[in-house]
Write a protein that binds this ligand. Structure first.
Ligand SMILES: C[S@@+](CC[C@H](N)C(=O)[O-])C[C@H]1O[C@@H](n2cnc3c(N)ncnc32)[C@H](O)[C@@H]1O
Length: 238
């Protein structure tokens, strides 16, 4: 049986695909990390649930350790339905590619079930169009927290897309917006979507020059660009 790498969606437990639910229903093992909504695990009533994410006060499992757990579980249950469940989409800052490459090394087959990424799903659900005729013809999704152990920085903030969507960027918001202002007008509209698609969702408006001064909780994404002004027109009617 293949290992299923499944996207759980951005938070609202109904924003998961039917295909994902059908596989979870018959899952024998589910390995998951911090999900925006653990209600999704209710779709796997008979599965052994293995949490591989961060727990307060405990050692944080490295990606290598997680990869090993996935490989071992699939070897121990060659005929079982093994699921690796990830928030959003597994391939959008989800390290899904690394997990798949380790399965390939071990000759273990796999299937990927895409999920609604928070990068697109959170703006869409509040009514923020990340592209809009005559306003934005392109968007970039970028990490706001580049792995400090990398040899070479890849994020340069000189992106030419009309809309910039920053994930994992709340801790570094001041540094990131300062960098962006080298290439964009400081008055460019910006907004943060906190806990997108969840009951405690919050939207915070600002501009590139002041959004970092607002009080923001995680998880959250930052959206920068003139589409934020379009969103202001839509918001109160959504
Ligand atoms: C490690 S990345 C994983 C992204 C995930 N694979 C996806 O496609 O949404 C985690 C980041 O996603 C964003 N994020 C995830 N869920 C979110 C939510 N419900 N609301 C706002 N941002 C969210 C935050 O920027 C968070 O720091």
């Amino acid at each position: 049986m293949p290992v299923y790498l499944i996207g759980a969606g951005p938070g609202d437990p109904e924003l998961i695909t039917l295909k994902a639910v059908n596989i979870l229903n018959k899952a024998d093992v589910v390995m998951y990390d911090k999900l925006a909504n653990e209600k999704i695990l209710e779709h796997a009533p008979n599965a052994k649930l293995i949490y591989v994410g961060k727990k307060a006060g405990e050692h944080y499992k490295s990606q290598d350790e997680i990869n090993k757990i996935i490989v071992n579980e699939s070897k121990d249950n060659p005929n079982g339905n093994i699921v690796r469940l990830k928030g959003g989409d597994p391939f959008v800052f989800g390290r899904g590619g690394e997990e798949i490459l380790d399965l390939i090394k071990e000759n273990i087959s796999f299937k990927i079930i895409p999920g609604v990424t928070s990068a697109i799903g959170a703006p869409a659900s509040v009514g923020l169009p990340i592209t809009h005729r005559a306003v934005a013809t392109s968007f970039t999704v970028v990490t706001g927290h580049e792995d400090p152990t990398k040899n070479k920085k890849q994020v340069k903030w000189d992106y030419t897309a009309d809309t910039i969507i920053v994930l994992m960027g709340i801790g570094n918001m001041k540094e990131n917006t300062t960098e962006m202002m080298k290439y964009r007008d400081p008055k460019t509209p910006a907004c943060v979507i906190e806990n997108g698609t969840l009951e405690n969702e919050k939207i915070i408006f600002g501009t590139l020059e002041n959004i970092a001064d607002k009080k923001i909780n995680t998880p959250a994404i930052l959206v920068v660009g003139n589409v934020v002004d379009v969103f202001k027109e839509i918001k109160d009617r959504n």
